[in-house]
Write a protein that binds this ligand. Structure first.
Ligand code: GLN
Length: 488
């Protein structure tokens, strides 16, 4: 079996037994990047020298007989909205094209301390606004399963890089579905943790009350390994929760006997592609065969989730993005006076979608409209949260499709509203701050379909258990897209 397809446990064991060095492993991944990147374009930047230097450090530690952690010496990459000290962090935007952060995001720091080998920064929709990666300020990522299709977004680079086996794992961020939906489109495992479980310090803010960082991996167990390292309280983020973090790999239990699964009827209504529905129904019957109890449930306010999200997320974004004014960061346009400089910098530096959202958000927050839109949206957000709480009185987890369709063709969804509809199943979860995971559940027309499992706050362990049991009974996570003629 090729190194690129091995799990974290397998790679770790090879390093410990010195069957391979971290340098050789890193070179193997970098070679893969070279052979597939012309097509996939998941990376905005590859940091070859830095990566090899980190690999060297891991090798020295191993040579000295020191114990190494599970992620030590293994190549990975980060979404380009996660700050990396001394390494460009563009957030997929021209306005930050040359921004080099002076500090690491907390997750970057934790991974560095764990000895992870960062090989580069991953492409994304500008400021994480989008569902297809076509909003990248540089170039769109392509889906490794079909290069004419989108990888999903906004963490499209993070999902595509794992699917194409260019890295062992990656991190993405999820404000309304941006980890889970690309994971679904690319056939990988993606977790959006509970709001507050992973520090947002050093994550370039989009909508602060919704953003969460999470891992994208080949398997559920790999995912738990990465979460173990990045989760946990951080005093630098005031929304980070001091909860008692379990060892998430302890939940790899191949049983769902008696697990109560709720299936929201609103998620199987109009707009769901019939082939995707078939895959999800089949997955549900797999769960039933494994001893889970399945019942229907309801999210009565689900129809308001999208409008509520697009008021709250744009309002927060308009405020968060006010800092890009040509003075503090990166790009500055030439102009005669200061006001003109602000205007031109923002007009030239931001892309269309970002400008659209700043305008929407500014409008929703403006005096006279604040109560009608923003405050109302916050109240409905509470109702949606309560809908979930009610379901969790009777069920342990909720299962649904991750997205209503499989990956579509580049350029196919030019209408922003059609694009927004693609997140109907993921957005309510962010509004409620719940954890949710997307796992490969099958294929429709040769393209991956993801199954979404939603849990109670801080119940990631149970999500992992449900996801792991399903993964053990299927082979979908083992499928690798055929790229550049390399058979893995
Ligand atoms: N697609 C959604 C949006 O465009 C979600 C993005 C995200 O989760 N970052 O806002």
């Amino acid at each position: 079996m090729d190194l690129l397809t091995k799990s974290l446990d397998e790679l770790h064991l090879m390093l410990v037994k010195r069957e391979i060095s971290s340098k050789e492993l890193t070179e193997r991944f970098l070679k893969r990047v070279c052979s597939v990147e012309a097509g996939v374009q998941a990376f905005l930047q590859v940091n070859r020298e830095d990566a090899l230097a980190r690999a060297e450090e891991a090798d020295q530690k191993i040579a000295a007989g020191a114990e190494i952690g599970i992620l030590e010496g293994i190549p990975m990459a980060l979404k380009d909205n996660l700050c990396t000290a001394g390494i460009k962090t563009t957030c997929g935007s021209k306005i930050l094209e040359n921004f080099v952060p002076p500090y690491n995001a907390e997750v970057t720091e934790r991974l560095a301390k764990a000895g992870a080998v960062l090989i580069g920064k991953l492409n994304m929709d500008e400021f994480a606004m989008g569902s297809s990666n076509e909003n990248s300020g540089f170039y769109p990522v392509k889906n490794p399963w079909d290069l004419e299709r989108v990888p999903g977004g906004s963490s499209g680079g993070s999902a595509a890089a794992v699917a194409a086996r260019e890295v062992a794992y990656s991190l993405g961020s999820d404000t309304g579905g941006s980890i889970r939906q690309p994971a679904s489109f690319c056939g990988v495992v993606g977790l959006k943790p509970t709001y507050g479980a992973v520090s947002r310090f050093g994550l370039v803010a989009f909508a602060s009350s919704l953003d969460q960082i999470g891992p994208l991996t080949k398997t559920v167990r790999d995912n738990a390994h990465v979460l173990n390292v990045i989760a946990g309280h951080d005093p630098k983020d005031s929304t980070s929760v001091p909860y008692s973090k379990p060892d998430y790999t302890g939940f790899m239990i191949n049983s769902v006997q008696g697990l109560r699964i709720g299936v929201p009827k609103e998620f199987f209504a109009q707009g769901l592609n019939p082939e995707v529905e078939q895959v999800i129904r089949k997955a549900l019957s797999t769960y039933e065969k494994m001893g889970a109890e399945i019942g229907e449930c309801s999210l009565p306010h689900m129809e308001y989730a999208l409008p509520v999200y697009y008021i709250i997320a744009t309002a927060e974004a308009s405020s968060n993005l006010a800092r890009y004014d040509g003075v503090k960061y990166g790009f500055r346009a030439e102009a005669e006076d200061m006001i003109e400089m602000y205007k031109r910098t923002r007009a030239q530096g931001f892309g269309e979608e970002v400008k659209r959202r700043i305008m929407l958000g500014t409008y929703a927050l403006s005096s006279g409209y604040y109560d009608a839109y923003y405050l109302k949206a916050q109240k409905v957000r509470t109702l949606i949260r309560q809908d979930f709480a009610k379901i969790f009185e009777d069920f342990d987890v909720i299962i649904s499709p991750t997205a209503p369709t499989v990956a579509y063709k580049l350029g196919e969804r030019s209408d922003p509203l059609a694009m927004y509809m693609g997140d109907v199943y993921t957005i309510p979860v962010n509004l409620a701050g719940l954890p949710s995971i997307s796992v490969p559940a099958g294929f429709a027309g040769g393209l991956p379909v993801g199954l979404q499992i939603i849990g109670r706050h801080f119940d990631e362990g149970r999500l992992y258990q449900a996801a792991y049991a399903f993964e053990q009974s299927t082979d979908f996570h083992k499928a690798v897209p055929a790229l550049s003629g390399e058979v893995l």
